[in-house]
Design a binder for this molecule. Sequence first.
Ligand SMILES: NC(=O)c1ccc[n+]([C@@H]2O[C@H](COP(=O)([O-])OP(=O)(O)OC[C@H]3O[C@@H](n4cnc5c(N)ncnc54)[C@H](OP(=O)(O)O)[C@@H]3O)[C@@H](O)[C@H]2O)c1
Length: 292
Amino acid sequence: MDKIADQSVTVLGLGQMGSALARTLIDAGYPVTVWNRTSGRERDLVAAGAEAAASVTDAASASPVVVVCLLNHASVQETLGPVSEVLRSRIVINPTTTTPNQARDLSEWAGRHGIDYLDAAIMAVPAMIGSRGAQIFYSGSRQAYDANLTMLDHWATSEFRGNDAGLASLLDLAMLSGMYHLFAGFFHGAAMVGSASISATEFAARQAPFLAAMTDGLMDFAKIIDGGDYTVPGQQSLDFSDHSDIIDASDEQGVDSSSLVAIQQLLARQIAAGHGSEGYPRIYQSLRTRRA
Ligand SMILES: NC(=O)c1ccc[n+]([C@@H]2O[C@H](COP(=O)([O-])OP(=O)(O)OC[C@H]3O[C@@H](n4cnc5c(N)ncnc54)[C@H](OP(=O)(O)O)[C@@H]3O)[C@@H](O)[C@H]2O)c1
């Protein structure tokens, strides 16, 4: 594809994800400058048309938009800190996974140096970058988002979540929390049946459709939570949902039950507060108040 004039982009960090982001932009015709701490990872991208920068300073100077896709917050601070003056008046887009407060800190740091900061949270694996099935949340500078939306849309379906730079990563990490709890629940069930020589494969074949059917109920839970009335009739009550039998079965089979015990404690707090006859989603209220 022909080069798109005056829309050059720099990508700092050529790991799995940074390389996928850079590659998509090269394929879309953007002039792309790349840099990576360890040399060698730029080779395929240069062969595809990218310019390799010899230093972070050269890379940051090369484009009005600088994408920084590194391991974590500390590596972003370490890399961008020394080039803050070079980045002045440029846009920094940061798809590195950070906590919401780390994103806010970077946004505040960027503001002090005259840098337009857009945080990004990628809900995809590298192979999905460049497809509409991939989703990226953005937060921070609306101006930077609007000015670069055509470019951002090459990576994924884009969604701006708000001016608070921490919102994209908050949503990202909340989504991952749900996913990892689900995975951990599957691993626990697999360990339970594994103690009776039932394979994880056989268990997965039963568990996957069951979980898919159960997740259909999330929207009903959500409506109860948002409505704030946990007494709506027709719900499974907290008393009925007591997890003691599952915990006891797990213990009997010699399987660690601590993940389930943690959920039982959330449930027990609501029962102890007199809400046993109310719906299961009331566990949400235990989670909203962190224990001292
Ligand atoms: N991969 C995914 O599926 C995925 C999905 C969503 C979000 N993300 C996020 O995207 C970011 C990058 O992920 P990735 O998969 O590309 O990871 P990766 O393949 O492990 O690459 C990590 C990159 O960070 C660089 N790096 C690490 N420490 C550094 C430092 N102190 N200074 C400068 N550069 C440093 C590495 O450079 P060297 O080559 O020199 O080591 C490499 O370019 C992460 O925050 C990750 O959470 C990834």
